[in-house]
Design a protein around this ligand. Sequence first.
Ligand SMILES: Cc1cc2nc3c(=O)[nH]c(=O)nc-3n(C[C@H](O)[C@H](O)[C@H](O)COP(=O)(O)O)c2cc1C
Length: 171
Amino acid sequence: MHTFQPFSIEDVEFNPFTKIGKEWALVSAGSKTKSNCMTVSWGGLGVMWRKNCVFIFIRDSRYTKQFLDAGDLFSVSFFDKSYRDALNYCGSHTGEGINKFEEAGLTAAYRHSIPYPDEANFVLLCKKLAAIPMDESTFTEKGLKEKFYSGDEEGNIHTMYVGEIIESMAR
Ligand SMILES: Cc1cc2nc3c(=O)[nH]c(=O)nc-3n(C[C@H](O)[C@H](O)[C@H](O)COP(=O)(O)O)c2cc1C
């Protein structure tokens, strides 16, 4: 078990464009009995309903979505560059029928019963506040539907999960 320190979210220096968009994050959800994780590179951190929040966008087809919908808690974790292969693995293999943490060379750890990868260096523990399916008819930029929701991805919409950051851990 690595030693994580609780870290005040107000002290975090975090560039969402590089951290999420370029370096990627791992979303983990489920329970000690069964959990799963997947890589994300879309999302954000900010404030909603007077709470410090994480926003992630998960397509219907992701197995992880079942865990996000079944429970109220999830984590979003960040790694140093040496875990790029693990993130690639978690972003290209479904966890259905396998232990994805193990297959990716990661160790599932738990805090407040929330799964997170022990190898991460920064973890946001989140309480789900809302799961909002995106409605294509609200897109004002018309090219989005053709670009992101056609062909194989037709109807495979994203749900925006708003998670209150209940604790952040760093090491
Ligand atoms: C770099 C990268 C970023 C990704 N970002 C997202 C994302 O933000 N939302 C999403 O729904 N899928 C995203 N994916 C795809 C999922 O990680 C991928 O489909 C994964 O295999 C789903 O696993 P699961 O079926 O076990 O949930 C991303 C994949 C990669 C490689």
